[in-house]
Design a protein around this ligand. Structure first.
Ligand code: NOJ
Length: 632
Protein backbone atom coordinates (compact mmCIF):
# COMPACT_ATOMS: atom_id res chain seq x y z
CA UNK A 1 0.00 0.00 0.00
CA UNK A 2 1.21 3.47 -0.84
CA UNK A 3 0.64 6.21 1.71
CA UNK A 4 1.30 9.91 1.99
CA UNK A 5 4.59 8.94 3.62
CA UNK A 6 5.84 6.84 0.72
CA UNK A 7 9.16 7.85 -0.77
CA UNK A 8 9.44 9.38 -4.24
CA UNK A 9 11.72 6.52 -5.37
CA UNK A 10 9.06 3.91 -4.52
CA UNK A 11 6.33 5.93 -6.14
CA UNK A 12 8.44 6.40 -9.27
CA UNK A 13 8.80 2.62 -9.46
CA UNK A 14 5.00 2.31 -9.81
CA UNK A 15 3.92 2.72 -13.47
CA UNK A 16 1.28 5.31 -12.72
CA UNK A 17 3.45 6.98 -10.08
CA UNK A 18 6.19 7.21 -12.69
CA UNK A 19 3.96 8.86 -15.25
CA UNK A 20 2.22 11.19 -12.82
CA UNK A 21 5.49 12.40 -11.34
CA UNK A 22 6.85 12.91 -14.85
CA UNK A 23 3.69 14.81 -15.78
CA UNK A 24 3.85 17.10 -12.76
CA UNK A 25 7.47 17.97 -13.44
CA UNK A 26 6.64 18.49 -17.10
CA UNK A 27 3.86 20.93 -16.22
CA UNK A 28 6.11 22.70 -13.74
CA UNK A 29 8.81 22.98 -16.43
CA UNK A 30 11.36 20.98 -14.39
CA UNK A 31 13.53 18.30 -16.08
CA UNK A 32 12.35 14.88 -14.99
CA UNK A 33 15.91 13.59 -14.71
CA UNK A 34 15.58 15.17 -11.27
CA UNK A 35 13.51 12.18 -10.19
CA UNK A 36 16.48 9.89 -10.71
CA UNK A 37 18.55 11.88 -8.22
CA UNK A 38 19.03 9.67 -5.10
CA UNK A 39 18.42 12.52 -2.67
CA UNK A 40 15.15 13.41 -4.37
CA UNK A 41 14.29 9.70 -4.46
CA UNK A 42 14.56 9.46 -0.70
CA UNK A 43 12.13 12.36 -0.12
CA UNK A 44 8.49 11.84 0.85
CA UNK A 45 5.71 12.48 -1.62
CA UNK A 46 4.81 15.87 -0.14
CA UNK A 47 8.22 17.16 -1.26
CA UNK A 48 6.51 17.64 -4.63
CA UNK A 49 4.93 20.76 -3.21
CA UNK A 50 8.32 22.45 -3.44
CA UNK A 51 8.68 21.95 -7.16
CA UNK A 52 5.05 22.74 -7.83
CA UNK A 53 5.51 26.06 -5.98
CA UNK A 54 3.10 25.03 -3.24
CA UNK A 55 0.26 24.47 -5.71
CA UNK A 56 -0.44 20.85 -4.80
CA UNK A 57 -2.99 20.46 -2.05
CA UNK A 58 -4.08 17.61 0.23
CA UNK A 59 -6.95 16.61 -2.07
CA UNK A 60 -4.42 16.04 -4.81
CA UNK A 61 -2.04 13.95 -2.71
CA UNK A 62 -4.90 11.85 -1.42
CA UNK A 63 -6.31 11.13 -4.87
CA UNK A 64 -2.80 10.43 -6.17
CA UNK A 65 -2.28 7.80 -3.48
CA UNK A 66 -5.77 6.35 -4.03
CA UNK A 67 -5.06 5.99 -7.74
CA UNK A 68 -1.78 4.20 -7.12
CA UNK A 69 -3.43 1.76 -4.78
CA UNK A 70 -6.24 1.17 -7.25
CA UNK A 71 -3.76 0.14 -9.98
CA UNK A 72 -1.43 -2.57 -8.77
CA UNK A 73 -0.64 -3.78 -12.34
CA UNK A 74 2.93 -3.96 -13.63
CA UNK A 75 3.83 -3.96 -17.35
CA UNK A 76 4.90 -7.27 -18.87
CA UNK A 77 8.46 -8.00 -19.94
CA UNK A 78 9.44 -6.24 -23.11
CA UNK A 79 12.63 -8.02 -23.98
CA UNK A 80 11.43 -10.71 -26.39
CA UNK A 81 11.45 -10.38 -30.18
CA UNK A 82 9.01 -7.90 -31.77
CA UNK A 83 5.99 -9.66 -33.27
CA UNK A 84 5.19 -8.64 -36.83
CA UNK A 85 1.83 -7.03 -37.69
CA UNK A 86 0.45 -5.11 -40.67
CA UNK A 87 -0.19 -2.02 -38.57
CA UNK A 88 3.43 -1.89 -37.48
CA UNK A 89 4.52 -1.84 -41.11
CA UNK A 90 1.87 0.56 -42.39
CA UNK A 91 2.11 4.29 -42.97
CA UNK A 92 -1.19 5.85 -41.84
CA UNK A 93 -2.67 9.07 -43.15
CA UNK A 94 -5.25 11.01 -41.16
CA UNK A 95 -8.09 12.64 -43.05
CA UNK A 96 -10.14 15.41 -41.51
CA UNK A 97 -13.06 15.00 -43.92
CA UNK A 98 -14.49 18.49 -43.58
CA UNK A 99 -11.41 20.09 -45.07
CA UNK A 100 -9.81 17.30 -47.09
CA UNK A 101 -11.45 17.43 -50.49
CA UNK A 102 -14.78 18.87 -51.60
CA UNK A 103 -16.30 17.07 -54.60
CA UNK A 104 -19.52 19.05 -55.01
CA UNK A 105 -18.42 22.64 -54.47
CA UNK A 106 -20.49 23.30 -51.35
CA UNK A 107 -17.36 24.33 -49.46
CA UNK A 108 -17.31 21.21 -47.31
CA UNK A 109 -15.12 18.18 -47.90
CA UNK A 110 -16.96 14.91 -48.47
CA UNK A 111 -16.64 11.16 -48.98
CA UNK A 112 -16.64 11.40 -52.77
CA UNK A 113 -13.81 13.90 -52.47
CA UNK A 114 -11.83 11.37 -50.45
CA UNK A 115 -12.62 8.67 -53.01
CA UNK A 116 -11.24 10.89 -55.76
CA UNK A 117 -7.89 11.11 -53.95
CA UNK A 118 -7.32 7.43 -53.22
CA UNK A 119 -4.94 6.97 -56.14
CA UNK A 120 -3.01 10.01 -54.99
CA UNK A 121 -2.71 8.60 -51.46
CA UNK A 122 -1.72 5.21 -52.78
CA UNK A 123 0.96 6.82 -54.93
CA UNK A 124 2.40 8.55 -51.85
CA UNK A 125 2.87 5.10 -50.33
CA UNK A 126 0.12 5.41 -47.74
CA UNK A 127 -1.20 2.04 -46.51
CA UNK A 128 -4.03 2.98 -44.19
CA UNK A 129 -6.40 5.89 -43.69
CA UNK A 130 -7.83 7.17 -40.44
CA UNK A 131 -11.04 9.09 -41.02
CA UNK A 132 -11.96 11.65 -38.40
CA UNK A 133 -15.69 11.28 -37.62
CA UNK A 134 -18.08 11.02 -40.57
CA UNK A 135 -21.20 10.20 -38.57
CA UNK A 136 -24.37 12.23 -38.28
CA UNK A 137 -23.68 15.19 -36.00
CA UNK A 138 -24.89 18.71 -35.30
CA UNK A 139 -21.21 19.69 -35.63
CA UNK A 140 -20.76 21.58 -32.43
CA UNK A 141 -17.27 20.03 -32.41
CA UNK A 142 -17.07 19.10 -36.10
CA UNK A 143 -18.36 15.55 -35.78
CA UNK A 144 -16.82 14.70 -32.40
CA UNK A 145 -20.37 15.17 -31.10
CA UNK A 146 -22.23 12.23 -32.59
CA UNK A 147 -26.00 12.20 -32.92
CA UNK A 148 -26.30 8.86 -34.71
CA UNK A 149 -23.44 6.38 -34.81
CA UNK A 150 -24.94 4.42 -37.68
CA UNK A 151 -25.66 7.22 -40.10
CA UNK A 152 -23.30 9.22 -42.30
CA UNK A 153 -23.26 13.02 -41.93
CA UNK A 154 -25.44 14.34 -44.76
CA UNK A 155 -22.84 16.99 -45.70
CA UNK A 156 -20.31 14.21 -46.27
CA UNK A 157 -22.56 11.87 -48.28
CA UNK A 158 -24.51 8.68 -47.74
CA UNK A 159 -23.90 5.17 -46.45
CA UNK A 160 -23.59 4.08 -50.12
CA UNK A 161 -20.80 6.64 -50.57
CA UNK A 162 -19.13 5.26 -47.49
CA UNK A 163 -19.36 1.70 -48.79
CA UNK A 164 -17.94 2.78 -52.12
CA UNK A 165 -15.07 4.50 -50.34
CA UNK A 166 -14.33 1.47 -48.18
CA UNK A 167 -14.37 -0.78 -51.25
CA UNK A 168 -12.11 1.68 -53.09
CA UNK A 169 -9.64 1.63 -50.21
CA UNK A 170 -9.61 -2.16 -50.08
CA UNK A 171 -9.33 -2.53 -53.86
CA UNK A 172 -6.13 -0.54 -53.68
CA UNK A 173 -4.74 -2.81 -50.97
CA UNK A 174 -5.12 -0.13 -48.32
CA UNK A 175 -7.00 -0.21 -45.02
CA UNK A 176 -9.41 2.16 -43.37
CA UNK A 177 -9.95 2.94 -39.72
CA UNK A 178 -12.78 5.04 -38.34
CA UNK A 179 -12.95 7.36 -35.37
CA UNK A 180 -14.69 5.92 -32.33
CA UNK A 181 -16.08 8.69 -30.17
CA UNK A 182 -17.59 6.96 -27.17
CA UNK A 183 -16.53 8.95 -24.16
CA UNK A 184 -19.52 11.12 -25.02
CA UNK A 185 -22.36 11.62 -27.49
CA UNK A 186 -24.03 14.73 -28.79
CA UNK A 187 -26.75 16.12 -26.53
CA UNK A 188 -28.94 15.59 -29.60
CA UNK A 189 -28.40 11.83 -29.48
CA UNK A 190 -31.81 10.20 -28.82
CA UNK A 191 -30.42 8.40 -25.75
CA UNK A 192 -29.45 11.67 -24.12
CA UNK A 193 -32.72 13.31 -25.08
CA UNK A 194 -34.71 10.45 -23.63
CA UNK A 195 -32.60 10.39 -20.45
CA UNK A 196 -33.04 14.13 -20.05
CA UNK A 197 -36.79 14.22 -20.57
CA UNK A 198 -37.74 11.00 -18.82
CA UNK A 199 -36.14 10.37 -15.41
CA UNK A 200 -37.56 6.85 -15.44
CA UNK A 201 -36.03 5.94 -18.78
CA UNK A 202 -33.15 3.47 -18.83
CA UNK A 203 -31.16 6.12 -20.68
CA UNK A 204 -31.12 8.29 -17.55
CA UNK A 205 -28.40 5.96 -16.34
CA UNK A 206 -26.41 6.22 -19.60
CA UNK A 207 -25.04 9.66 -18.66
CA UNK A 208 -24.13 11.51 -15.47
CA UNK A 209 -27.28 13.36 -14.46
CA UNK A 210 -27.32 15.14 -11.10
CA UNK A 211 -29.35 17.67 -9.20
CA UNK A 212 -28.00 21.11 -10.09
CA UNK A 213 -26.88 21.67 -6.50
CA UNK A 214 -25.02 18.36 -6.40
CA UNK A 215 -22.56 18.76 -9.23
CA UNK A 216 -18.80 18.98 -8.63
CA UNK A 217 -16.08 21.52 -9.40
CA UNK A 218 -14.75 19.87 -12.57
CA UNK A 219 -14.03 22.09 -15.54
CA UNK A 220 -14.51 21.40 -19.21
CA UNK A 221 -11.67 21.21 -21.73
CA UNK A 222 -13.52 23.84 -23.68
CA UNK A 223 -13.67 26.35 -20.77
CA UNK A 224 -16.20 26.84 -18.00
CA UNK A 225 -17.78 24.22 -15.75
CA UNK A 226 -18.11 20.61 -16.87
CA UNK A 227 -21.83 20.59 -16.02
CA UNK A 228 -24.67 21.93 -18.07
CA UNK A 229 -27.91 22.69 -16.30
CA UNK A 230 -31.27 22.11 -17.97
CA UNK A 231 -33.52 24.57 -16.16
CA UNK A 232 -36.78 23.10 -17.36
CA UNK A 233 -35.91 19.61 -16.14
CA UNK A 234 -34.03 20.95 -13.11
CA UNK A 235 -31.11 18.64 -13.76
CA UNK A 236 -27.44 18.96 -14.70
CA UNK A 237 -25.34 16.64 -16.86
CA UNK A 238 -21.60 16.13 -17.16
CA UNK A 239 -19.68 17.17 -20.26
CA UNK A 240 -15.88 17.11 -20.24
CA UNK A 241 -15.90 18.80 -23.64
CA UNK A 242 -18.50 21.19 -25.10
CA UNK A 243 -21.96 21.72 -23.62
CA UNK A 244 -23.23 19.51 -26.42
CA UNK A 245 -20.89 16.56 -25.77
CA UNK A 246 -22.39 14.59 -22.92
CA UNK A 247 -20.27 12.03 -21.07
CA UNK A 248 -21.40 8.42 -21.03
CA UNK A 249 -21.46 6.52 -17.78
CA UNK A 250 -19.33 3.52 -18.68
CA UNK A 251 -20.01 1.85 -15.35
CA UNK A 252 -23.47 1.09 -16.72
CA UNK A 253 -23.22 -2.32 -18.46
CA UNK A 254 -25.98 -1.33 -20.93
CA UNK A 255 -23.78 1.51 -22.20
CA UNK A 256 -20.97 -0.94 -22.78
CA UNK A 257 -23.29 -3.40 -24.53
CA UNK A 258 -24.67 -0.72 -26.84
CA UNK A 259 -21.27 0.76 -27.67
CA UNK A 260 -19.72 -2.63 -28.30
CA UNK A 261 -22.71 -3.65 -30.45
CA UNK A 262 -22.21 -0.55 -32.57
CA UNK A 263 -18.46 -1.19 -32.90
CA UNK A 264 -19.17 -4.72 -34.05
CA UNK A 265 -21.63 -3.52 -36.69
CA UNK A 266 -18.98 -1.22 -38.20
CA UNK A 267 -16.39 -3.97 -38.08
CA UNK A 268 -18.89 -6.28 -39.78
CA UNK A 269 -19.20 -3.68 -42.53
CA UNK A 270 -15.51 -4.23 -43.16
CA UNK A 271 -13.68 -1.35 -41.51
CA UNK A 272 -10.23 -2.38 -40.33
CA UNK A 273 -10.19 -0.79 -36.92
CA UNK A 274 -10.67 2.37 -34.93
CA UNK A 275 -8.88 5.38 -33.54
CA UNK A 276 -10.54 5.75 -30.16
CA UNK A 277 -11.24 9.32 -29.06
CA UNK A 278 -10.05 10.24 -25.52
CA UNK A 279 -10.55 6.60 -24.66
CA UNK A 280 -8.59 6.84 -21.41
CA UNK A 281 -11.30 9.14 -20.01
CA UNK A 282 -14.08 6.55 -20.05
CA UNK A 283 -13.72 5.31 -16.47
CA UNK A 284 -14.45 7.94 -13.84
CA UNK A 285 -13.84 7.57 -10.11
CA UNK A 286 -17.23 6.62 -8.60
CA UNK A 287 -18.99 9.51 -6.93
CA UNK A 288 -17.07 12.00 -9.13
CA UNK A 289 -15.09 13.55 -6.26
CA UNK A 290 -14.05 17.20 -6.25
CA UNK A 291 -10.96 17.98 -8.31
CA UNK A 292 -7.77 19.32 -6.80
CA UNK A 293 -7.26 23.07 -7.16
CA UNK A 294 -3.52 22.56 -7.30
CA UNK A 295 -3.62 20.11 -10.18
CA UNK A 296 -5.98 22.46 -11.99
CA UNK A 297 -3.50 25.28 -11.61
CA UNK A 298 -0.65 23.11 -12.75
CA UNK A 299 -2.29 21.16 -15.57
CA UNK A 300 -5.10 23.55 -16.47
CA UNK A 301 -8.19 21.35 -15.93
CA UNK A 302 -10.03 20.65 -12.70
CA UNK A 303 -11.00 17.06 -11.93
CA UNK A 304 -8.68 15.38 -14.43
CA UNK A 305 -7.03 13.19 -11.78
CA UNK A 306 -10.40 11.44 -11.40
CA UNK A 307 -10.74 10.22 -14.97
CA UNK A 308 -7.51 10.35 -17.01
CA UNK A 309 -6.64 6.89 -15.67
CA UNK A 310 -9.80 5.77 -13.94
CA UNK A 311 -10.18 2.68 -11.79
CA UNK A 312 -11.82 0.53 -14.48
CA UNK A 313 -9.93 1.75 -17.52
CA UNK A 314 -8.04 -1.50 -18.07
CA UNK A 315 -11.13 -3.58 -17.47
CA UNK A 316 -13.18 -1.65 -20.05
CA UNK A 317 -10.44 -1.59 -22.68
CA UNK A 318 -10.02 -5.32 -22.27
CA UNK A 319 -13.76 -5.84 -22.57
CA UNK A 320 -13.96 -3.90 -25.86
CA UNK A 321 -10.96 -5.80 -27.13
CA UNK A 322 -12.39 -9.19 -26.29
CA UNK A 323 -15.94 -8.54 -27.44
CA UNK A 324 -15.26 -6.56 -30.63
CA UNK A 325 -11.65 -6.09 -31.76
CA UNK A 326 -10.29 -9.60 -31.19
CA UNK A 327 -13.09 -11.48 -32.99
CA UNK A 328 -12.59 -9.21 -36.03
CA UNK A 329 -8.83 -9.13 -35.81
CA UNK A 330 -9.24 -5.36 -35.92
CA UNK A 331 -6.69 -2.67 -35.12
CA UNK A 332 -7.02 -0.10 -32.33
CA UNK A 333 -5.17 3.08 -31.54
CA UNK A 334 -6.34 4.96 -28.48
CA UNK A 335 -6.10 8.68 -28.11
CA UNK A 336 -4.79 8.85 -24.53
CA UNK A 337 -3.92 12.35 -23.30
CA UNK A 338 -1.98 12.17 -20.05
CA UNK A 339 -1.03 8.52 -20.46
CA UNK A 340 2.75 8.34 -20.28
CA UNK A 341 5.43 5.80 -21.00
CA UNK A 342 4.75 3.32 -18.22
CA UNK A 343 0.95 3.48 -18.21
CA UNK A 344 1.22 3.38 -22.01
CA UNK A 345 3.03 0.07 -21.60
CA UNK A 346 0.12 -1.15 -19.53
CA UNK A 347 -2.55 -0.28 -22.07
CA UNK A 348 -0.60 -1.48 -25.09
CA UNK A 349 1.32 -4.50 -23.74
CA UNK A 350 0.33 -7.19 -26.24
CA UNK A 351 -0.20 -9.82 -23.53
CA UNK A 352 -2.81 -7.59 -21.86
CA UNK A 353 -5.12 -7.40 -24.90
CA UNK A 354 -6.34 -3.85 -24.51
CA UNK A 355 -5.10 -1.48 -27.25
CA UNK A 356 -2.59 -1.97 -30.07
CA UNK A 357 -1.16 1.53 -29.85
CA UNK A 358 -1.77 4.90 -28.25
CA UNK A 359 -1.39 8.53 -29.14
CA UNK A 360 0.08 10.37 -26.20
CA UNK A 361 0.92 14.03 -26.46
CA UNK A 362 3.67 15.21 -24.17
CA UNK A 363 6.08 15.48 -27.11
CA UNK A 364 4.05 18.29 -28.70
CA UNK A 365 5.06 21.01 -26.24
CA UNK A 366 8.25 21.45 -24.26
CA UNK A 367 8.04 21.22 -20.45
CA UNK A 368 6.47 24.27 -18.85
CA UNK A 369 4.63 25.23 -22.05
CA UNK A 370 1.14 24.54 -23.30
CA UNK A 371 -0.29 24.61 -26.79
CA UNK A 372 -1.53 28.20 -26.58
CA UNK A 373 1.90 29.60 -25.64
CA UNK A 374 3.78 31.62 -28.22
CA UNK A 375 7.28 30.12 -28.20
CA UNK A 376 9.72 28.32 -30.45
CA UNK A 377 9.66 24.54 -29.91
CA UNK A 378 13.12 23.16 -29.21
CA UNK A 379 13.52 19.86 -31.07
CA UNK A 380 16.12 18.71 -28.55
CA UNK A 381 13.27 18.11 -26.15
CA UNK A 382 11.60 15.86 -28.72
CA UNK A 383 14.88 14.01 -29.24
CA UNK A 384 15.27 13.21 -25.55
CA UNK A 385 11.61 12.40 -25.09
CA UNK A 386 11.47 10.03 -28.04
CA UNK A 387 14.76 8.38 -27.12
CA UNK A 388 13.32 7.56 -23.71
CA UNK A 389 10.31 5.91 -25.33
CA UNK A 390 12.40 4.13 -27.96
CA UNK A 391 14.64 2.69 -25.27
CA UNK A 392 12.07 1.88 -22.61
CA UNK A 393 8.73 1.14 -24.26
CA UNK A 394 9.60 -2.54 -24.69
CA UNK A 395 9.26 -4.97 -27.55
CA UNK A 396 5.81 -6.04 -26.38
CA UNK A 397 4.51 -2.52 -27.09
CA UNK A 398 4.53 -0.42 -30.23
CA UNK A 399 4.60 3.34 -30.66
CA UNK A 400 2.78 5.74 -32.92
CA UNK A 401 4.92 8.47 -34.49
CA UNK A 402 3.26 11.79 -35.29
CA UNK A 403 3.77 15.53 -35.08
CA UNK A 404 0.47 16.80 -36.41
CA UNK A 405 -3.22 16.10 -36.19
CA UNK A 406 -6.47 18.05 -36.30
CA UNK A 407 -6.04 19.27 -32.71
CA UNK A 408 -2.72 21.06 -33.00
CA UNK A 409 -0.99 23.84 -34.87
CA UNK A 410 1.52 22.50 -37.39
CA UNK A 411 4.75 21.35 -35.72
CA UNK A 412 6.98 22.95 -38.37
CA UNK A 413 5.47 26.35 -37.51
CA UNK A 414 5.99 25.70 -33.82
CA UNK A 415 9.66 24.99 -34.43
CA UNK A 416 10.03 28.01 -36.74
CA UNK A 417 7.35 30.56 -35.79
CA UNK A 418 8.98 33.10 -38.13
CA UNK A 419 8.80 30.67 -41.05
CA UNK A 420 12.54 30.56 -41.69
CA UNK A 421 13.97 27.14 -42.60
CA UNK A 422 10.46 25.74 -42.46
CA UNK A 423 10.84 23.47 -45.50
CA UNK A 424 14.02 22.04 -44.01
CA UNK A 425 12.26 21.40 -40.73
CA UNK A 426 9.40 19.66 -42.53
CA UNK A 427 11.82 17.33 -44.27
CA UNK A 428 13.75 16.73 -41.07
CA UNK A 429 10.51 15.75 -39.30
CA UNK A 430 9.68 13.37 -42.12
CA UNK A 431 13.12 11.75 -41.89
CA UNK A 432 12.67 11.11 -38.16
CA UNK A 433 9.08 9.97 -38.59
CA UNK A 434 9.99 7.39 -41.22
CA UNK A 435 13.15 6.09 -39.55
CA UNK A 436 12.33 5.98 -35.83
CA UNK A 437 10.78 2.82 -34.42
CA UNK A 438 7.00 2.97 -34.58
CA UNK A 439 4.11 3.53 -36.95
CA UNK A 440 4.04 6.90 -38.74
CA UNK A 441 0.75 8.78 -38.83
CA UNK A 442 0.84 11.55 -41.40
CA UNK A 443 -1.77 14.25 -41.10
CA UNK A 444 -3.39 15.61 -44.26
CA UNK A 445 -1.24 18.34 -45.77
CA UNK A 446 2.00 17.16 -44.13
CA UNK A 447 3.02 15.91 -47.53
CA UNK A 448 2.27 19.33 -49.06
CA UNK A 449 4.34 21.28 -46.57
CA UNK A 450 1.36 23.00 -45.00
CA UNK A 451 2.26 25.36 -42.18
CA UNK A 452 0.14 27.45 -39.82
CA UNK A 453 -2.37 29.80 -41.36
CA UNK A 454 -2.31 33.57 -40.79
CA UNK A 455 -5.78 34.11 -39.37
CA UNK A 456 -6.56 37.76 -38.86
CA UNK A 457 -9.63 37.66 -36.63
CA UNK A 458 -11.88 35.40 -34.59
CA UNK A 459 -14.42 35.55 -37.43
CA UNK A 460 -12.14 33.29 -39.44
CA UNK A 461 -12.09 30.69 -36.69
CA UNK A 462 -14.91 28.19 -36.29
CA UNK A 463 -13.53 25.90 -33.60
CA UNK A 464 -15.63 25.59 -30.44
CA UNK A 465 -12.54 25.22 -28.26
CA UNK A 466 -10.97 28.46 -29.56
CA UNK A 467 -14.19 30.42 -29.06
CA UNK A 468 -14.64 29.08 -25.52
CA UNK A 469 -11.06 29.95 -24.63
CA UNK A 470 -11.26 33.38 -26.27
CA UNK A 471 -14.28 34.21 -24.14
CA UNK A 472 -12.51 32.97 -21.03
CA UNK A 473 -9.46 35.12 -21.81
CA UNK A 474 -11.62 38.22 -22.21
CA UNK A 475 -13.36 37.45 -18.94
CA UNK A 476 -9.96 37.19 -17.28
CA UNK A 477 -9.16 40.73 -18.43
CA UNK A 478 -7.14 40.24 -21.62
CA UNK A 479 -7.70 42.82 -24.33
CA UNK A 480 -9.25 41.50 -27.56
CA UNK A 481 -5.82 41.83 -29.25
CA UNK A 482 -4.05 39.90 -26.51
CA UNK A 483 -6.72 37.22 -26.48
CA UNK A 484 -6.60 36.82 -30.26
CA UNK A 485 -2.84 36.54 -30.26
CA UNK A 486 -3.02 33.67 -27.75
CA UNK A 487 -5.66 31.94 -29.88
CA UNK A 488 -3.48 32.40 -32.95
CA UNK A 489 -0.59 30.57 -31.28
CA UNK A 490 -2.52 27.47 -30.35
CA UNK A 491 -5.76 27.16 -32.25
CA UNK A 492 -6.67 23.81 -33.74
CA UNK A 493 -8.01 25.72 -36.74
CA UNK A 494 -4.46 25.85 -38.20
CA UNK A 495 -4.80 22.17 -38.97
CA UNK A 496 -8.34 22.44 -40.28
CA UNK A 497 -8.01 24.77 -43.26
CA UNK A 498 -9.00 23.20 -46.58
CA UNK A 499 -6.25 21.43 -48.46
CA UNK A 500 -5.01 23.52 -51.36
CA UNK A 501 -5.34 20.89 -54.09
CA UNK A 502 -5.23 23.62 -56.72
CA UNK A 503 -6.25 27.23 -57.17
CA UNK A 504 -9.71 26.35 -58.44
CA UNK A 505 -10.59 23.80 -55.78
CA UNK A 506 -9.35 26.15 -53.09
CA UNK A 507 -11.81 28.79 -54.18
CA UNK A 508 -14.59 26.30 -53.80
CA UNK A 509 -13.49 24.46 -50.73
CA UNK A 510 -13.67 26.95 -47.94
CA UNK A 511 -14.77 25.78 -44.51
CA UNK A 512 -18.34 26.61 -43.79
CA UNK A 513 -18.87 30.05 -42.28
CA UNK A 514 -15.45 31.21 -43.37
CA UNK A 515 -15.00 34.41 -45.36
CA UNK A 516 -14.11 34.02 -49.01
CA UNK A 517 -10.88 36.00 -48.63
CA UNK A 518 -9.61 33.21 -46.47
CA UNK A 519 -9.27 30.95 -49.45
CA UNK A 520 -7.39 33.57 -51.40
CA UNK A 521 -4.99 34.19 -48.55
CA UNK A 522 -4.44 30.53 -48.11
CA UNK A 523 -3.53 30.16 -51.75
CA UNK A 524 -0.93 32.90 -51.67
CA UNK A 525 0.44 31.75 -48.33
CA UNK A 526 0.84 28.10 -49.05
CA UNK A 527 0.32 27.12 -52.61
CA UNK A 528 3.88 27.45 -53.78
CA UNK A 529 3.68 24.47 -56.11
CA UNK A 530 7.41 23.97 -56.34
CA UNK A 531 8.01 23.89 -52.60
CA UNK A 532 5.00 21.77 -51.95
CA UNK A 533 6.14 19.30 -54.62
CA UNK A 534 9.55 19.14 -52.97
CA UNK A 535 8.02 18.06 -49.65
CA UNK A 536 5.79 15.56 -51.43
CA UNK A 537 8.79 14.05 -53.19
CA UNK A 538 10.65 13.78 -49.89
CA UNK A 539 7.63 12.12 -48.33
CA UNK A 540 7.30 9.59 -51.15
CA UNK A 541 11.00 8.72 -51.10
CA UNK A 542 11.13 8.27 -47.37
CA UNK A 543 8.03 6.08 -47.29
CA UNK A 544 9.47 3.98 -50.12
CA UNK A 545 12.74 3.59 -48.24
CA UNK A 546 10.91 2.49 -45.10
CA UNK A 547 9.09 -0.15 -47.12
CA UNK A 548 12.22 -1.38 -48.83
CA UNK A 549 14.05 -2.24 -45.60
CA UNK A 550 12.29 -3.94 -42.75
CA UNK A 551 15.21 -2.76 -40.59
CA UNK A 552 13.59 0.65 -40.62
CA UNK A 553 10.47 -0.93 -39.18
CA UNK A 554 11.61 -3.70 -36.89
CA UNK A 555 15.34 -3.00 -36.45
CA UNK A 556 16.68 -2.12 -33.00
CA UNK A 557 17.13 1.53 -32.13
CA UNK A 558 20.46 2.81 -30.81
CA UNK A 559 21.08 6.44 -30.00
CA UNK A 560 24.62 7.54 -30.77
CA UNK A 561 26.26 9.88 -28.31
CA UNK A 562 29.47 11.91 -28.23
CA UNK A 563 30.88 14.33 -30.79
CA UNK A 564 28.48 17.04 -29.72
CA UNK A 565 25.49 14.74 -30.06
CA UNK A 566 24.71 14.52 -26.34
CA UNK A 567 21.96 16.33 -24.42
CA UNK A 568 23.22 19.87 -24.75
CA UNK A 569 24.11 19.69 -28.45
CA UNK A 570 21.74 20.01 -31.38
CA UNK A 571 22.84 16.75 -32.99
CA UNK A 572 20.63 13.68 -32.99
CA UNK A 573 22.17 10.52 -34.38
CA UNK A 574 20.84 7.00 -34.15
CA UNK A 575 21.12 3.66 -35.82
CA UNK A 576 18.52 1.09 -36.74
CA UNK A 577 20.08 -2.33 -36.77
CA UNK A 578 19.02 -5.81 -37.83
CA UNK A 579 20.60 -8.79 -39.56
CA UNK A 580 19.39 -7.35 -42.85
CA UNK A 581 21.05 -3.92 -42.65
CA UNK A 582 22.30 -1.08 -40.50
CA UNK A 583 21.10 2.47 -41.04
CA UNK A 584 22.56 5.53 -39.46
CA UNK A 585 20.48 8.69 -39.28
CA UNK A 586 22.12 12.01 -38.44
CA UNK A 587 20.11 15.13 -37.83
CA UNK A 588 20.84 18.71 -36.97
CA UNK A 589 18.02 19.95 -34.75
CA UNK A 590 19.16 23.56 -34.73
CA UNK A 591 19.96 26.49 -36.96
CA UNK A 592 23.76 26.46 -36.60
CA UNK A 593 25.95 24.21 -38.71
CA UNK A 594 27.32 21.27 -36.68
CA UNK A 595 29.84 18.52 -37.42
CA UNK A 596 28.27 15.48 -39.03
CA UNK A 597 28.22 12.34 -36.91
CA UNK A 598 29.34 10.12 -39.75
CA UNK A 599 32.74 8.57 -39.19
CA UNK A 600 34.99 6.72 -41.54
CA UNK A 601 36.37 4.31 -38.94
CA UNK A 602 33.04 2.52 -38.55
CA UNK A 603 33.06 0.86 -41.95
CA UNK A 604 31.79 2.11 -45.27
CA UNK A 605 28.55 3.99 -45.43
CA UNK A 606 26.46 4.80 -48.41
CA UNK A 607 24.24 7.90 -48.42
CA UNK A 608 20.68 6.81 -49.16
CA UNK A 609 18.87 10.06 -48.47
CA UNK A 610 19.76 13.63 -47.61
CA UNK A 611 17.43 16.58 -47.10
CA UNK A 612 19.85 19.00 -48.79
CA UNK A 613 21.76 18.49 -52.01
CA UNK A 614 25.52 18.71 -52.61
CA UNK A 615 26.47 19.19 -49.01
CA UNK A 616 29.83 18.68 -47.34
CA UNK A 617 29.99 15.21 -45.80
CA UNK A 618 31.72 16.47 -42.66
CA UNK A 619 29.05 18.95 -41.56
CA UNK A 620 25.30 19.26 -41.22
CA UNK A 621 23.70 22.57 -42.14
CA UNK A 622 20.72 24.07 -40.30
CA UNK A 623 18.03 21.40 -39.76
CA UNK A 624 19.72 19.07 -42.21
CA UNK A 625 19.24 15.30 -41.96
CA UNK A 626 20.87 12.36 -43.71
CA UNK A 627 20.34 8.63 -43.79
CA UNK A 628 23.30 6.33 -44.35
CA UNK A 629 23.35 2.60 -44.96
CA UNK A 630 26.27 0.49 -43.94
CA UNK A 631 27.76 -1.50 -46.76
CA UNK A 632 27.60 -5.16 -45.79
C1 NOJ B 1 -10.26 14.60 -29.10
C2 NOJ B 1 -10.49 14.99 -30.52
O1 NOJ B 1 -9.33 14.73 -31.25
C3 NOJ B 1 -10.90 16.43 -30.52
O2 NOJ B 1 -10.93 16.98 -31.81
C4 NOJ B 1 -12.23 16.54 -29.84
O3 NOJ B 1 -12.57 17.90 -29.70
C5 NOJ B 1 -12.20 15.90 -28.45
N1 NOJ B 1 -11.51 14.65 -28.41
C6 NOJ B 1 -13.60 15.64 -27.98
O4 NOJ B 1 -14.17 14.60 -28.74
Amino acid sequence: MYTLNSRIRDIYAHPLGHDMLDRILYAAGVPRTLLKNPIVGSMRLSWLETIASGKLDTTFFQSFIDLLNMHPEKPGRGDGPVKHAWWKEAVFYQIYPRSFCDSDGDGIGDLKGILSKLDYLKSLGVDALWLSPVYDSPNDDNGYDIRDYEKIMAEFGTMEDFEELLAGVHERGMRLIMDLVVNHTSDEHPWFQEGLHDPTSKYRGYYFFRNPDQTNNWTSFFSGPAWNTYEEQNVSALHLFSKKQMDFNWDNPDVRDDVIGMVNRWLDRGVDGFRMDVINYISKVPGLPEGSEGIAELIGFKGIEHYFYGPKLHEYLHEIHERAFAPHNAFSVGECPGVGLMTGRLVTGEERKELDMIFSFDHLDVPGHVRYDDYAFDLRYYRDYITDWMENYGNNCWMSLFYNNHDNPRMSSKVRPDGSYIRRVQKLLLVMQMTLKGTPFLFQGDEMGLANYSFTSMDEITDVEAHGYHKELLEKGKTPEEAFSIILSGTREHARVPLPWNRESMKESVLQMTPAERAEKHITAFLDQKESEEIRTACRRLIALRKEYSTLIYGDFHRLMGRGYEESGYGFAYERRSDEAVFRVECNLGEKTIPAYRSKENGRWHLVYGTLRNRKAEELGPFEARIWKKEQ
